[in-house]
Ligand binder design. Structure first.
Ligand code: PLP
Length: 462
């Protein structure tokens, strides 16, 4: 081993990571370094090639070597660093499996050169679909490759399902209220009548659901059964079974968005799909939360009767989803790395969620505020008293560098409320949780008290 070469590589790397060598700047010339380290120019060149491989520097012919952008993020984004981010909903950046996945990408290119860069099947690579079938079996979703579609994220599945005709010949859609913003956007972009049913941490009113199924010509009910976005709510097995039963009785389809299913700690919790695998339930899965959103890989299991129509729409939409991500994901699943990664992040998010709930219990006055208490997942929500408006609270907190999400956009227009904020726990740093919740509580109290004082003083004038 050439220790000098390692020594130079490590030295330069440290200078980049600690910000001594800033992004975009030129690094010392080969000649200068060879004099400094008393070594040959070749040794320095080897070190620079290694740093290039690690994506820390790049070369411009005849100009020299430069530090890549964002190579020293902890040092050149000080304002971002001090932000307390309960808003971003991507996976925890520290837990993303970049290196393992990079390895799978390289392997996939070697293994499947031709397939990955040619036109491909609109349902996705058959080899990945076969691998997914095995993975889905572990989640109690038993199906066959012909019913499975690889899509550009679960969002594409949602947006394709919203407008297409269904075998039941019905036209309208039913969603929980509140719900994932992506379906709200999708139904608003299409001329589709959409009904809502209120969801709280106690669930939905099943009598109301039956009424809606019976009277409202519902084509499908879009539901997020585990660790709901934005509430964090999960249905019991009994409730899921009952909803599928009602769907069968009234010939309504269920679109089960199980995006957080991989985080489920309760081994006895079943997906709704398992209560009727014949096709009443369309099962959606995504690799955006558990792995990397940039992969753009989602999965849909469809009823046989819908496969042809859906295929035509998928084909017209984008022909097929990106195959390079598919090839790498297949190897990642096949090697067992996915299972190892999932076990690690299951613990990570559960621990974070516990910490957030604990801080909420400590700082939020139960007299005024109610918050949801999911076992895990990415989201929990705080219900505000009438006097504190979600949009005002979010704006006031932003001034203090605390980011939260006003849940307004997660409601249909006729359900619109201004009393809910969503906290996403996925990208918040552990050390920021307690001070973050403390700041949120103080700001809520400030807005609440200001209103109380105002009401008290004006009532004296009456
Ligand atoms: C409930 C839910 N479904 C679907 C999506 C979209 O996922 P994808 O990135 O796979 O399109 C999201 C993204 O946040 C989500 O929260």
């Amino acid at each position: 081993m050439n220790t000098k070469y390692n020594h130079i590589t490590e030295d330069i790397k440290q200078k980049i990571l600690n910000g001594t060598l800033k992004s975009g700047t030129k690094i010392p010339s080969i000649r200068y370094l060879s004099e400094q380290y008393h070594c040959s120019k070749n040794t320095v060149i080897r070190a620079y090639i290694e740093l290039e491989k690690q994506h820390l520097i790049y070369s411009i012919p005849k100009s020299g070597f430069f530090v890549v952008d964002n190579a020293n993020p902890s040092h050149d984004t000080s304002s971002k660093h001090s932000q307390i981010d309960f808003l971003s909903a991507g996976p925890d950046k520290e837990a993303m499996p970049y290196e393992d996945f990079q390895h799978c990408l390289n392997q996939a290119i070697n293994l499947y050169k031709v397939e990955l860069f040619s036109y491909s099947h609109q349902q996705g690579l058959l080899s990945l679909r076969r691998e997914l079938i095995k993975h889905l079996q572990d989640q109690q979703v038993f199906t066959v490759p012909d019913r499975l579609f690889i899509l550009s994220g679960a969002q594409q599945a949602i947006n394709l399902l919203v407008p297409i005709p269904f075998p039941n010949g019905k036209s309208n859609i039913l969603v929980e209220q509140p719900t994932y913003f992506g379906i709200i956007e999708s139904v608003q972009l299409h001329p589709i009548k959409t009904f809502g049913i209120e969801l709280t941490m106690q669930g939905i009113d099943l009598n109301r659901l039956e009424y809606m199924f019976r009277h409202n010509d519902i084509k499908f009910f879009y539901i997020i059964p585990r660790f709901h976005n934005p509430l964090g709510h999960s249905y019991t097995n009994e409730e899921k079974r009952k909803i599928v039963e009602l769907a069968n009785k009234y010939d309504v389809y269920i679109v089960e968005d199980d995006i957080f299913g991989d985080l489920e700690p309760d081994t006895k919790s079943d997906p709704m799909f398992s209560y009727d695998p014949s096709g009443r339930v369309i099962y959606l899965k995504s690799f955006s939360k558990i792995m990397l959103p940039g992969l753009r890989i989602g999965v849909a299991v469809l009823p046989e009767l819908l496969v042809n129509t859906f295929s035509r729409h998928k084909f017209s939409n984008d022909l097929f989803s990106t195959t390079i991500s598919q090839g790498a994901l297949e190897l990642y699943l096949r090697s067992g790395m996915f299972n190892g990664h999932t076990e690690r992040i299951k613990k990570l998010y559960r621990t974070k969620m516990d910490k957030v709930k604990h801080a909420c219990e400590r700082y939020l006055s139960p007299q005024y505020y109610n918050f949801t208490k999911p076992d895990t997942g990415f989201y929990l929500s705080i219900y505000l008293p009438k006097r504190v408006q979600a949009n005002r609270l979010a704006a006031a907190l932003e001034h203090e560098n605390v980011l939260v999400d006003d849940a307004k956009r997660m409601y249909l227009p006729e359900f619109q409320k201004n009393d809910l904020i969503r906290l996403s726990i996925s990208q918040i740093e552990n050390t920021q949780i307690t001070p973050g919740i403390d700041l949120i509580a103080k700001q809520m109290d400030k807005l609440n008290n200001r209103q109380v004082n105002f009401i008290e003083s004006t009532s004296r004038l009456l």
